[in-house]
Ligand binder design. Structure first.
Ligand code: CTP
Ligand code: MG
Length: 172
C-alpha cells in the first residue's frame, strides 16, 4: 500500500503498544524526524516508562515539533495517540504552523501485540492494558476523520504494515 504523505506534514502514528509504531518509524523515517514519547519521558524523568511524566514529556515534544515544523521539517510523532486529547494536541501544533496533520494507524490484532509486548524487557504492563488500548483504538478509528487530520491511512494487519511504502506529495 502506498501511503501519501505531504512533504511537509506532522505525521501522527496511531496504534496500541506492540503494534509496531517504533519499528515502522525506524524503517520509514530518519531518526531525527521521529519524536517519540518514550524518548521525551526519558529526557524529563530519566525513565521512558514513567507515565506520570507524560504531561511534561508531551509539552517538550510539542515544543520541538513546533520548532521543526516552523523550519519546514517533516515530523513524525511516535506515541500511541489513542486518546482524543493527545491527537488534538498534535493537530493544534500542526495548525499553528500551517502544516497538514496526517495520521497513520497501525491496526494489528490484539493477540499479536500482546505476544510482542510480553516478550519485551522494557514493557511490564499486563494484557488488560493492551485490551484497553485496543478498545481505545476502535473508538479512535471512528473519531479520527472529525479531528482535523487531512489524511488518514489505516494499515490493517501485519502484512499491510510490512508492505507499506511512503510516497511524498509535493506541496507546490
Ligand atoms: N516487532 C516485530 N515485528 C514487527 C514489528 C515489531 O517482531 N513487524 C517487535 C519489535 O521488535 C518489538 C515489538 O514487536 O520488540 C514491539 O514493536 P514496536 O515497534 O516497539 O511497537 P510499538 O508500537 O512502538 O510499541 P510501544 O507503543 O510499546 O512503544
Ligand atoms: Mg514504541
Amino acid at each position: 500500500m502506498i501511503i501519501d504523505v505531504p512533504e511537509l506534514s506532522l505525521v501522527a502514528l496511531v496504534g496500541i503498544s506492540g503494534s509496531g509504531k517504533s519499528t515502522f518509524a525506524r524503517h520509514h523515517f530518519a531518526p531525527t524526524q521521529v519524536l517519540s514519547s518514550d524518548y521525551f519521558r526519558g529526557l524529563v524523568a530519566d525513565d521512558e516508562n514513567d507515565q506520570s511524566a507524560s504531561a511534561d514529556a508531551f509539552d517538550v515534544l510539542h515544543y520541538v515539533a513546533g520548532k521543526r515544523l516552523a523550519a519546514g521539517r517533516l515530523t513524525v510523532v511516535d506515541a500511541t495517540n489513542l486518546q482524543t486529547h493527545a491527537r488534538a494536541g498534535l493537530v493544534k501544533v500542526a495548525r499553528e504552523h500551517d502544516v497538514l496533520p496526517t495520521a497513520i494507524v497501525l491496526d494489528v490484532p490484539e493477540s499479536i501485540a500482546w505476544e510482542r509486548t510480553e516478550s519485551r524487557e522494557d514493557r511490564t504492563f499486563g494484557r488488560q492494558v493492551i485490551t484497553r488500548m485496543h478498545r481505545d483504538l476502535r473508538r479512535s478509528l471512528k473519531q479520527l476523520s472529525r479531528e482535523g487530520f487531512r489524511k488518514i491511512h489505516v494499515l490493517r494487519g501485519v502484512d499491510e504494515i510490512a508492505g507499506a511504502e511512503i510516497r511524498y506529495e509535493k506541496l507546490f
